[in-house]
Design a protein. Structure first.
Length: 531
């Protein structure tokens, strides 16, 4: 376990250690000219996207959890669907929809002047537009966790508030919302982490953030120290968010007030209220999933005859191969860590287990730079050792290979597998380990014969979550992929950046289709939690 944890912590340690190394003229120039722009834009996106996702996620979660209105059952799972779309796919789809000469522009010009409709796309290709695209994709994080919090609240508490003379709005703001605060803050924190990790949408819309700055420093300027320092700045910002989230919890404890749990009774909405609730839930689904996916389907139908070729098959095989390998290794690493803590729950091992999940909170571009630096160091030393044994020059052995890319994926998404495996052990296995070992079975035999058969479903679910996240990951893949090696994500982004948006529809649709599977499964799991 110690080796696994140390490997996972290597990239962030390299980034933080690189801050103390010597600077460069490029870094001095960036610090004097654009560093504050990166910080301002990143914070503006954090505040804007956080506010929008908070309002949309909490309102829709409250409506589907406590109210009865037309389409409620469908909205329970449909509101999660935008999570299957990567933000960069959402961005270039809407940008093309609003392009000059597009269907939307031609329709609007029947009512408005061409100058007015042109401003619509100009307004979208900006920082607020990038924030809107992110909010449409990321609000399900808040919706999912908040909905679970509302479902776990006891109906008796809300009814008591109503009996004491509090109206529906006052009951919501003074009782239900404070009880759900931990879940809401956790959901918003996840959203903010994804905002800081975003590269594709902000790059496509021309918004300068830390992630675009890291790419510019590394590729365009060729300055590793500057990229490391930008990565460290972004890492500090991420850790600040984590500390703020931890601090707001304090020592607060949340209790339902009764040992007898009774689910919140759904309140039937009447008249215009029921249709207002329908509209509040329908708009995020329409704008966040139906419109972009519908447009992608139209484009895919236009280009399918010529785009479905051997190259597309290679893209799919590259993506699925990487995602499968990363998912398998992440689940194995999670299994090793969780089982080691169960066998010896010392404070040090528990701390290592928690630290190994930090990778998910670190942006992909930062992880990529943190992996490149030690791999380049190892390659240089390997070249020095092998040069006397080889006649020709020794190339890169690890850097720029699939192995480096898969290692970075495991570092980034280990927490996605770690949490389900940990909860699976607690929920499914219970004290069976101790019973098996008391009968003379070794820990390894107990794991193989007792735990793994019981955890089969949990391990498959954890692997599926990692698989989908790897399939969608863009910045990490762009930095670390081998030369002339593309995935569905990188190909879709490259085609869109080259103004071949229609041709990007097929790889984008495949990513969305695969991402929809765990979204629907997750919705059904949450639905079963309602008593």
């Amino acid at each position: 376990m110690v080796v696994v944890v140390l490997l996972v912590l290597l990239p962030p340690a390299v980034i933080l250690g690189g801050v103390f190394a010597g600077g460069s003229e490029t870094w001095d120039h960036l610090a004097a000219t654009v560093l504050w722009l990166y910080l301002w834009n990143s914070l503006a996106l954090v505040v804007g996207v956080g506010a929008v996702t908070l309002v949309v996620g909490v309102s829709t979660a409250w409506l589907v959890s406590t109210c009865d209105f037309p389409g409620r059952r469908s909205f329970e799972w449909a509101l999660i669907l935008p999570l299957a779309l990567p933000t960069y796919i959402m961005a270039f789809t809407y940008a093309e929809l609003l392009a000059h000469g597009g269907t939307v522009q031609q329709t609007l010009q029947l009512v408005f002047a061409p100058e007015t409709t042109a401003r619509l796309r100009t307004g979208l290709m900006s920082l607020p537009g990038a924030g809107l695209m992110m909010a449409l994709v990321l609000y399900p994080y808040v919706y999912l966790i908040t909905r679970t919090s509302f479902q776990k609240q006891s109906g008796g508490i809300l009814e008591t508030s109503r009996i004491l003379g509090k109206g529906p709005w006052e009951t919501f703001f003074r009782v239900a919302l404070p009880l759900a605060r931990p879940g809401i803050v956790a959901g918003v924190t996840l959203v903010l982490m994804e905002v800081l990790n975003e590269y594709g949408a902000v790059k496509y819309f021309g918004v300068s953030t830390f992630t675009t700055g890291i790419f510019r420093a590394w590729f365009a300027l060729g300055d590793g120290p500057a990229a490391i320092r930008l990565s460290a700045s972004l890492l500090v910002l991420v850790f600040a968010l984590i500390l703020v989230e931890r601090a707001q919890r304090g020592r607060a404890r949340f209790d339902q007030g009764s040992s007898r749990f009774r689910p919140v009774p759904r309140y039937p909405l009447r008249g215009m209220r029921r249709w207002a609730a329908f509209g509040v839930c329908a708009v995020p689904v329409l704008l966040g999933f139906a419109v972009p996916v519908g447009q992608l389907l139209v484009w895919a139908g236009q280009v399918a005859p010529e785009a479905l070729d051997r190259r597309f098959l290679t893209l799919a095989m590259n993506s699925f191969g990487l995602a499968s390998a990363a998912a398998l290794l992440a689940v194995l690493a999670a299994l090793v860590i969780v089982y080691a803590v169960r066998l010896s729950p010392t404070p040090l091992l528990r701390l290592g287990s928690r630290a190994s999940s930090l990778g998910y909170s670190i942006p992909g571009a930062v992880v990529a730079v943190g992996v490149l630096i030690p791999f380049l160091w190892v390659d240089r030393h390997l070249a020095a050792l092998l040069r006397p044994l080889v006649d020709g020059p020794v190339g890169l052995v690890l850097t720029g290979t699939v192995a480096a890319l898969i290692f970075a994926y495991v570092v980034r998404f280990l927490a996605v597998a770690l949490n389900p495996v940990d909860s699976g052990f607690e929920r499914v296995c219970g004290n069976l380990d101790e019973t098996s070992r008391s009968l003379g079975a070794s820990p390894l035999r107990t794991l193989w014969k007792v735990d793994l058969p019981l955890l089969r479903g949990t391990l498959v679910a954890a692997g599926l979550l990692v698989f989908v996240d790897v399939l969608k990951e863009l910045p990490l893949t762009l930095i670390l992929r081998p030369f002339n090696f593309d995935t569905l994500a990188t190909r879709a982004f490259q085609l869109a950046s080259d103004e071949q948006v229609a041709r990007s529809a097929l790889p984008a649709l495949l990513i969305v289709a695969v991402g929809t599977v765990p979204v629907i499964v997750l919705s059904r799991i949450i639905a079963r939690q309602r008593v």
